[in-house]
Write a protein that binds this ligand. Structure first.
Ligand code: SF4
Ligand code: SF4
Length: 435
């Protein structure tokens, strides 16, 4: 049996007694149960793995309720690597526990459909037709299905033209070369995000290569389906390795995926054929906001005055420790950026969490939306498609990706979600060129 935590960490009295993490754990905040806190879960995981026991229904209940938001890692004074612990526990659960049939079916469906552009598109088309029946499904106890219908966007943009390996040349002389992970969900639900990233980068002299193979493996990784996650990681690594010489970075616009790609080195550390390549890919991986922070981005439009509530995705603030870069970029572009109260708490999206744990996810969304609406923003910005969908399902305020605002401020089109919906406070100034 292998565990991901060290003896020193487990012997640390802080681990046994401190409990600092409980105050920032969303499920402990909502439920008040020690077993739904990081410390409680660590004990459950430790007990299960050290004794090499199959997972029990009780352990599964509390681990399933964990969002993998990693707020506990930000808070922990002892540096406990909770992410690797809970990832390991999820794999153990997947390998030793037989879930009820409906849960197994749902998980198999999500693992099969979400990473596949074509199937996801069809599923979303069907979900939009089924939206009126969401209440009925919830009433008969099929809450995950109801949650899926409610989350499905009312309208889908056409998918980005062209698939496979593509190059986008820089405007003017080249100052950089990057690969962009397009991913699985974004091209179907919000192709405008990667399109905006490509425009910003090429406009500022960066050549962009799209070489990825769709899903990075993050969605199945968080369900404990480790073989599938590792296969997806190997596919991506092979695709990027062909381009890797001369690449400055591998950029990711969905921070949930970015956290996983940055962890490929760990995921494949025992794979002799891939360990080195995986580490190289992880070192090159950057969130789009990290990379843009290093570029000269003079805004081509005057300060818009648009009031933006910045939602800091957990995977960005806790998983990748990127807190200031997106806000500083938006401020530099002339937006009035407001921090969301209780910004450390997850919005309830968390990969497939909002489908698998719909009730907790709904409560977290309501809390997040309440906090955002207090700010009376014209728009909400986030750096993760999952959060964008989750929050948009609970508010009329337009939700955009941070890079769409940066693109707009530096000469790109106004984000589609904002068109005609902005508050009057900023409408006039937002579109006026500075010159
Ligand atoms: S990852 Fe989030 S939900 Fe899970 S234990 Fe840590 S703080 Fe709580
Ligand atoms: S995970 Fe860290 S913060 Fe939480 S109880 Fe253990 S040592 Fe304390």
């Amino acid at each position: 049996m292998q565990t991901s935590f060290t003896l020193a960490q487990l012997a640390d009295p802080n681990v046994a007694e401190c409990g600092f993490c409980t105050a920032t754990c969303p499920t402990y905040v909502l439920l008040g149960d020690e077993l739904d806190s990081p410390r409680g879960r660590i004990y459950l995981i430790k007990d299960m793995l050290e004794n090499d026991r199959p997972a029990t229904a009780e352990v599964v209940k509390h681990i399933d309720r964990c969002l993998s938001c990693l707020a506990c890692m930000t808070t922990c004074p002892s540096g406990v690597h909770y992410m690797h612990l809970v990832d390991h526990a999820r794999v153990h659960i997947q390998n030793t526990y037989t879930r009820p049939g409906i849960d197994r079916l749902l998980r198999a469906f999500l693992a099969h459909v979400l990473p596949n552009n074509r199937l996801l598109r069809r599923a979303l088309d069907a979900a939009r037709l089924g939206k009126p029946f969401a209440g009925l499904l919830a009433a008969i106890g099929l809450t995950p299905l109801a949650a899926m219908l409610r989350l499905a966007p009312a309208r889908l943009s056409p998918m980005a033209a062209g698939q496979g390996r593509r190059r986008f040349p820089p405007a003017g002389s080249r100052c950089g070369r990057v690969a962009l992970l397009t991913g699985c969900v974004s091209p179907v639900i919000a192709p405008s995000i990667n399109a905006a990233a490509i425009r910003v980068l090429t406009r500022h002299g960066v050549e962009v290569v799209v070489a990825d193979e769709g899903c990075c493996g993050s969605l199945v990784h968080h369900m404990g389906r480790e073989d599938e996650a590792r296969s997806a990681a190997r596919r991506q690594i092979d695709a990027w390795t062909a381009e890797i010489e001369g690449l400055d970075a591998i950029l990711v616009t969905a921070s949930g995926c970015g956290t996983t790609v940055k962890d490929y080195g760990y995921m494949l550390r025992t794979d002799r054929a891939y360990a080195d390549k995986a580490m190289r890919v992880s070192r090159l991986a950057m969130d789009i906001s990290e990379y843009l922070s290093g570029l000269e981005l003079p805004p081509e439009r005057g300060p818009s005055g648009l009031v933006v509530a910045y939602h800091s995705a957990c995977s960005l603030q806790h998983g990748q420790k990127i807190v200031r870069a997106p806000k500083e970029l938006l401020c530099k572009m002339g937006f009035v950026v407001k921090d969301v109260p209780e910004g450390h708490l997850c919005c309830g999206s968390a990969g497939t969490y909002n489908i698998l744990q719909p009730e907790l996810a709904r409560r977290l969304r309501e809390r997040k939306v309440d906090n955002i609406e207090k700010l009376k923003p014209d728009a909400i910005a986030a750096g993760n498609i999952g959060c964008m969908m989750q929050i948009a399902a609970g508010t009329m305020i337009p939700v955009v990706h941070t890079v769409e605002l940066i693109d707009w401020a530096t000469g790109g089109p106004e984000p589609e979600a904002l068109a005609g919906k902005r508050g009057s406070s900023a409408a006039a100034a937002a579109v006026a060129p500075a010159k």
